[in-house]
Design a protein around this ligand. Structure first.
Ligand code: AMP
Length: 290
C-alpha cells in the first residue's frame, strides 16, 4: 500500500510536444505554485541543484530540455552540443520533478521569432560582444517558455552570471510575474565549474581545465595589491601559461551594472568573469571578488 502511494506521488510525466505538455499541465492541481528550471539538457549536478531547490520550494516543478537554436551564434557549437534526453530523464526521476518538457523546435518557434529585446545594456561586456545575438536568443526562448509554463519562480545558475542578470532585467521590464532565483555554481572536486560542455573535453584538456578556477581564486588574493585592470591581466597571463588553455577575455565588473570597474571601491559587489578556450570547447567561469 505504502509503495503504491509512494510511486503515485513521484510520477513524472515526460511531454515531448506542446500538446502533450498542455495535457500534462492540465493534470496539475489548479492552484499549483510552479517552480521552473529551463535547461538545454546533458544534465549534471549543477542542473540538479537547481531542480532540488525548486522541488523544495514549490508545490510542483517543471524542467524543460531544449537546445535553443536562436542563442547559438556558431553552427558547429549547436551541432556538437551534447544531447541525451533519456539519460536526463533517469537523473530527473530521482528528484521529484512533475513534468519534463522536451519540446520540438516547432513547438517553441511555430514561426520565426524576430523579437528584439531591451537588455538594458547588460550585454555590453562579457559574453555579449563575443556571442552576438546570444542574449536576445536567450530572451526569446525564456519568454516563450514562461508564457507556456507560467511559473511562480524560475531557477538559474550563477555559472551563467550575466545570463541571470539579463533575465532578471527583462522579466522586470516586461512585468512577468515570475521570481528569478539565482543559484550558486556547482563545481567538480578539482574546482572546474560543472558544465555540459565538459564532456566534450579530451582527457588532457580535462586535466588542464581546473587551472581556470584555481587562477580565479588567486585573483581574490591579487586584488589586495593590484588594480582591477592589473588583476584581469594577471589572470589572463596565468591561465594562458597552460598550453591547452587560451583566454578569450577576462573582465572585472560591477555585479549589478555589469560594466567594468577601474577601482575596487567603485561598486558594492564585484565579479570577475572569463571565457577560456580548450579548443574547440569554450568554457566560462566567474567568481565574486567583493
Ligand atoms: P544550460 O543547460 O547550460 O542552459 O543550463 C541550464 C541552467 O543550469 C542555467 O541556469 C545554468 O546557469 C545552470 N547551470 C549550468 N551549470 C551549472 C553549474 N555548474 N552550477 C550551477 N548552475 C548551473
Amino acid at each position: 500500500m505504502q509503495k503504491i502511494f509512494f510511486e503515485t506521488i513521484r510520477k513524472m510525466i515526460i511531454a515531448k510536444t506542446l500538446s502533450e505538455f498542455e495535457a500534462a499541465y492540465r493534470s496539475l492541481p489548479r492552484k499549483s505554485d510552479i517552480g521552473f528550471v529551463p535547461t538545454m539538457g546533458a544534465l549534471h549536478q549543477g542542473h540538479i541543484s537547481l531542480v532540488k531547490k525548486s522541488v523544495s520550494e514549490s508545490s510542483h516543478t517543471i524542467v524543460s530540455i531544449f537546445v535553443n537554436p536562436t542563442q547559438f551564434n556558431n553552427r558547429q557549437d549547436l551541432e556538437n552540443y551534447p544531447r541525451h534526453p533519456e539519460q536526463d530523464c533517469v537523473l530527473l526521476k530521482e528528484t521529484g520533478v512533475d513534468i519534463v518538457f522536451i519540446p520540438r523546435t516547432e513547438d517553441i518557434y511555430p514561426e520565426e521569432d524576430n523579437r528584439i529585446f531591451d537588455l538594458g545594456g547588460l550585454d555590453r561586456y562579457g559574453e555579449g560582444p563575443r556571442r552576438p545575438g546570444h542574449f536576445n536568443g536567450v530572451a526569446q526562448v525564456v519568454t516563450r517558455l514562461f508564457d507556456i509554463v507560467k511559473p511562480a519562480r524560475a531557477y538559474f545558475g550563477e555559472k551563467d552570471f550575466q545570463q541571470v542578470a539579463i533575465i532578471s532585467y527583462f522579466v522586470k521590464n516586461l512585468n512577468y510575474p515570475v521570481r528569478i532565483v539565482p543559484c550558486p555554481i556547482v563545481r567538480e572536486e578539482d574546482g572546474l565549474a560543472k558544465s555540459s560542455r565538459n564532456t566534450l573535453l579530451t582527457s588532457r584538456q580535462r586535466e588542464a581545465a581546473p587551472h581556470i578556477y584555481k587562477t580565479l581564486c588567486l585573483a581574490a588574493e591579487w586584488m589586495k595589491e593590484s588594480t582591477p585592470q592589473q588583476v584581469a591581466e594577471k589572470v589572463k597571463t596565468e591561465i594562458d601559461k597552460n598550453p591547452l588553455l587560451e583566454t578569450e577575455y577576462v573582465e572585472i565588473v560591477n555585479a549589478e551594472t555589469l560594466q567594468p570597474v577601474s577601482g575596487w571601491d567603485e561598486a558594492r559587489h564585484i565579479r570577475l568573469w572569463c571565457a577560456v578556450y580548450a579548443r574547440p570547447v569554450r568554457l566560462i567561469d566567474n567568481i565574486q571578488l567583493k
